[in-house]
Design a binder for this molecule. Structure first.
Ligand SMILES: C[S@@+](CC[C@H](N)C(=O)[O-])C[C@H]1O[C@@H](n2cnc3c(N)ncnc32)[C@H](O)[C@@H]1O
Length: 331
């Protein structure tokens, strides 16, 4: 796609979907020329005087940085990567207490995977580790964990957190559709937790990811993924996720999501609002998801050579999302 440059010649709209700083100044004509009618949505901050009368552009104003949503044909890996790169330093804030979530999730996923595999010491690859919510806790439980993610900034943060906690995890930057850059293989478990799969917007991408995960498993190894319950959500296509309100007086924060549906896909707008000494400020992040149904995931797993596909419900596991488990054919 075309790049959009600011007046300093820096690229502000490109493979990431884009970001600019509040002190950037742009040529509005340039913005419109390059974003054009393919541009679904432009979120404008600061000093850009884009007009609501421009038919191709939808504009939102705030006091802070500039964010432009990617063009329709660029909502793939790089957009997702940009979303999580931008979010990496704030990701823990979407949890009430991230440390407790690390512990709680490992306390559920650990025993579940140990029971399922019959092994007390697992070799596990977390292929969408983010900042390490599952990888760190599973390593603290004594498992041998290798962790990878598309987002370089998230992996860097996860590495930092692992050092802080004194846990041994080997990290890599890798797209789950292409896991060759993760040198190890023969894992007992490959994990993709907390709704990473719905970022894969096509069946081709999903089955490619399952094939790649399969290539990293030993024979008889287990694939486990946790996904939002889209079989339920698609029935009502909710416009938002209710706000969560955290923190003590003076340092409160509100986390909420707005979902803009487009058939079976949606743009997720994540807002984190912070109470500061000078009032409330907020951060806004946008990413694209598809409402991935269980039947689609199960069929894709089977096509990729997995057997014994099983869905474990939140009521049975106490995990906050349904978990799908499947085995790589023993031989
Ligand atoms: C909701 S986050 C969950 C991260 C982590 N599992 C956690 O719970 O903190 C989803 C993660 O999936 C990663 N992801 C999305 N698409 C990916 C892909 N194609 N390959 C690898 N990681 C991907 C994102 O970068 C992000 O870190």
């Amino acid at each position: 796609m075309a790049s959009l440059l600011n007046r300093q010649g820096q690229r502000i709209f490109g493979s990431h979907g884009l970001i600019a700083r509040s002190d950037d100044s742009f040529d509005k004509e340039n913005l419109i020329k390059h974003s054009g009618s393919d541009c679904l949505k432009v979120v404008v901050f600061g000093n850009i005087a884009a007009s609501a009368s421009e038919p191709e552009l939808q504009c939102f104003f705030t006091h802070d940085n500039a964010h432009y949503h990617a063009r329709k044909d660029d909502r793939n890996m790089t957009t997702t990567q940009g979303f999580y790169d931008d979010l990496a330093e704030h990701y823990h804030l979407i949890f009430e207490d991230w440390s407790r979530s690390i512990e709680r999730q490992a306390g559920i996923l650990g025993p579940l995977l140990e029971r399922y595999t019959g092994l007390s010491a697992l070799r596990l690859l977390d292929c969408s580790c983010g900042i390490g919510t599952q990888a760190l806790g599973l390593a603290q439980r004594g498992h041998t964990v290798v962790a990878s993610d598309l987002s370089r900034a998230s992996v860097a943060r996860a590495q930092r957190e692992a050092r802080r906690l004194g846990v041994e995890v080997q990290f890599h930057v890798a797209d789950m559709r292409e896991l060759n850059s993760v040198p190890a293989e023969g894992f007992d478990v490959v994990l993709a937790a907390d709704n990473a799969l719905p970022h894969l917007l096509s069946e081709v991408d999903l089955s490619r990811a399952f094939e790649q995960m399969g290539s990293k498993l030993r024979r008889g190894g287990t694939l486990a993924a946790t996904v939002r319950d889209y079989d339920q959500l698609i029935q009502t296509r909710p416009a938002m996720q209710p706000p969560a309100f955290f923190g003590a007086a003076g340092q409160r924060r509100i986390v909420h999501q707005v979902w803009d549906w487009d058939g079976t896909e949606y743009d997720l707008h994540l807002y984190i609002s912070f109470e500061t000494a000078v009032g409330w400020v907020y951060k806004h992040y946008i990413s694209r998801y598809r409402a991935l149904l269980r039947a689609e995931i199960s069929a894709s797993l089977e096509r990729a050579g997995f057997t014994g596909v099983e869905w474990l419900e939140p009521q049975a596991t106490s995990f906050y999302q349904p978990i799908v488990v499947a085995r790589k054919e023993p031989s």
